[in-house]
Design a protein. Structure first.
Length: 256
């Protein structure tokens, strides 16, 4: 959204929290990084780090049209990935301590080099080692009552699988890509128009880079990023959850 300088002054005068301005050919695009939301995810990340966990990437959540509407936001939420959450493909995870286990079929990215804080989309594309399939495992234990609450829970994140780095670079992005997902008797139609489901990759990478730098870390070499799910968090039915992208397959199993 572009507005003129007078609108910015009015917003500041009336006390609206605007944490970032981007000047673009005489116009200003406002990204509203609400301080309450930033504080919530910052505290959640620091809590995990104090427990000895290492941050290894980022994740986007609630980026679908339904997710944005549910929380009254216009950009996806940004959470963190930790080494402790990484799951090997075909592992069976124990659900005994999980209240509301759900899974998501994700588009993921492997990062080949640090992304500059002011990177253009073309620069970001040059930092992508490959785009691959991912699985996210979440515990949807409480309703998403506010963005700050969801962020304080690190967007319900409990574990993740990302397919091996293909080292193919950006290529053609997600054009001509297909993601499939099955869970026993449940089968989804192949997902092909991926950006219509998760938002444009330009917007998603841009928002992730903005927030990552606002939080003081940025997006680093060897990070992985979960860019968005093909569908809302789906209840586990105890069958293996299998996700593939262009024929390369990963899977997550369950035990009670």
């Amino acid at each position: 959204m572009f507005i003129n300088l007078e609108c910015i002054i009015a917003c500041l005068w009336t006390g609206i929290s605007l944490s970032l301005f981007i000047i673009n050919e005489g116009q200003v695009s406002i990204i509203m990084l609400n301080q309450e939301n930033l504080t919530a995810i910052k505290i959640a990340i620091e809590k995990e780090i104090k427990l000895g966990k290492k941050q290894v990437g980022w994740k986007l959540g609630f980026g679908s049209q339904a997710g944005l509407k549910a929380l009254g936001i216009n950009r996806p939420l940004i959470g963190a990935l930790f080494d402790s959450g990484e799951i090997r493909s075909n592992t069976k995870i124990d659900l005994e301590a999980v209240i509301e286990p759900r899974v998501e079929a994700e588009l993921a990215a492997h990062i080949s080099s640090d992304i500059p804080s002011d990177a253009t989309f073309d620069q970001i594309k040059n930092c992508i080692s490959s785009l691959v399939a991912g699985i996210e495992f979440v515990d949807f234990h409480s309703p998403p009552k506010s963005p700050a609450f969801v962020l304080s829970e690190n967007i319900y994140q409990r574990g993740w699988i990302v397919d091996a780095d293909k080292r193919t670079g950006w290529g053609d992005g997600v054009n001509n890509c297909q993601i499939t997902a099955t869970m026993g008797p449940e089968r989804w139609e192949p997902f092909e128009n991926i950006e219509t489901l998760i938002g444009t990759l330009e917007d998603n990478f841009g928002e992730c880079n903005l927030v990552a730098n606002q939080l003081g870390r940025g997006i680093l070499r060897d990070d992985v990023i979960l860019l968005g799910s093909m569908f809302p968090p789906h209840p586990v039915n105890m069958s293996d959850f299998v996700v593939s992208m262009n024929g390369s397959e990963i899977a997550l199993g369950f035990k009670s």
